[in-house]
Design a protein around this ligand. Structure first.
Ligand SMILES: NC(=O)c1ccc[n+]([C@@H]2O[C@H](COP(=O)([O-])OP(=O)(O)OC[C@H]3O[C@@H](n4cnc5c(N)ncnc54)[C@H](O)[C@@H]3O)[C@@H](O)[C@H]2O)c1
Length: 367
């Protein structure tokens, strides 16, 4: 008989794990539901809310009979956990970033191949209504030859954001503002602009001396198609988020998607194309003291279900996750070596492990 439901489990019952739970629960084609956290209270609370089973150890979760395990733990654990899930013959839905270095991304891809199971990556900003319009225009060559792609991530993360977490801002488990706050933007730049050939970057910790990683950077990308990209980011903006935007200039049109989190079509001037009416989008993930990206996890979960039950394509697959990791790794190396880095990475640059690198700010969290 054809399967008509997908069973999910979640590891990591924190901010984003909670959002996964809600969206799995709200989908009519999901079943069985287990949550796991090393903090018993967190797993119990989430389990109670959604009538799920709670387990407190990842090894125990691996023994459970589920189709998909959603990895919602600190970023530095994504690689090891994804590999273990795949080895235990279950599909993975992994939160961004896929891993913190390229070797780990390749190890995940290898495990995926060997397992015959699928790896899905969460990149929910691809579903933002203005981003879908932008992608469609570029894909259908409506903007002509692409000349420039610019992203600005001008956000604020306060001291409390780092203080209330034992892993955020650490080299080992977080990786920095590029990995944590900007990987969505970089993913979109690559999704829309294509393969990157060269990377030059400057990064520093300029406003959060109590955390280990960088909080500010400027990255120049040269794409294989010749277009130039720039990503300017910081989590040091005074008091609150200011802008999360993407501008694309082609020789037949210009589009800027902006707002606080890529939610608004701010500028539209495209040859023979009227400005479109946008479908209504979801609000941003609201975490109380700060706002994150647009909350499209419902669409991410739906893609997993449609892929497994209806043969749809994976929205963001492991190879695409790898592409972002390679560019981010190249950016860190470029900033450290003060030179332009060419892709594909090889030799010592391929082997570079950001999460084993020494702290930028001189501070060290005890994780
Ligand atoms: N897609 C998005 O927009 C988005 C938004 C926020 C966070 N994220 C990503 O989600 C991940 C988690 O972020 P968060 O903000 O929810 O963090 P969080 O600290 O709120 O939650 C992480 C949870 O994992 C648990 N955990 C840690 N080690 C564990 C282990 N070995 N076994 C089981 N549980 C364990 C912790 O106890 C905690 O409850 C990060 O990788 C982050 O980058 C993505």
């Amino acid at each position: 008989m054809k399967k008509n439901k997908v069973s999910f489990a979640i590891v990591g019952c924190g901010r984003i794990g909670t959002r996964h739970a809600k969206n799995i629960f709200n989908n009519s084609r999901t079943k069985l539901f287990i949550v796991c956290d090393i903090i018993k209270e967190k797993a119990d609370n989430l389990a109670k809310q959604y009538n799920a089973k709670a387990v407190y150890n990842f090894e125990d979760l691996l023994k459970e009979d589920v189709d998909v395990i959603n990895i919602c733990t600190p970023s530095g654990l994504h690689a090891e956990m994804s590999i273990m899930v795949l080895k235990n013959k279950k599909h993975v839905l992994c939160e961004k970033p896929m891993t913190l270095n390229l070797i780990d991304a390749d190890n995940v891809i290898e495990a995926e191949k060997e397992s015959g199971k699928k790896f899905f990556l969460v990149k929910q900003n691809r579903y933002n209504p203005p981003i879908k319009v932008l992608k469609d225009c570029v894909y259908n060559k409506k903007l002509g030859k692409i000349i420039l792609i610019n992203c600005n991530v001008l956000w604020n993360r306060k001291k409390e954001y780092y203080e209330e977490s034992n892993w955020k801002g650490t080299m080992k488990l977080d990786g920095g503002a590029l990995m944590t706050q900007c990987s969505h933007f970089l993913d979109l730049m690559i999704w829309i602009g294509g393969k990157v050939k060269k990377v030059f970057a400057k990064m520093d910790n300029l406003g959060h001396p109590y955390m280990e990683t960088e909080d500010t950077g400027f990255i120049t990308l040269i794409f294989e198609n010749g277009c130039i990209g720039s990503l300017q980011y910081t989590t040091c903006v005074y008091k609150k988020n200011m802008e999360g935007s993407m501008t694309i200039l082609g020789n037949k049109g210009s589009i800027k998607v902006g707002g606080e989190y890529l939610n608004a079509l701010e500028f539209w001037n495209v040859e023979r194309l009227e400005r479109p009416e946008l479908e209504l989008g979801n609000p941003a993930n609201d975490y109380g003291t700060y706002k994150g990206s647009m909350s499209n996890h419902d669409k991410v979960i739906e893609n997993v279900i449609r892929t497994l039950l209806d043969g749809e394509e994976i929205a963001t697959n492991s190879q695409q996750g790898r592409e972002s990791i390679e560019v981010m790794q190249a950016a860190y190396i470029s900033s450290l070596k003060n030179k332009q880095i060419e892709l594909p990475l090889n030799g010592e640059d391929y082997n570079f492990k950001l999460n084993e690198h020494s702290p930028l700010s001189g501070n060290k969290k005890n994780v």
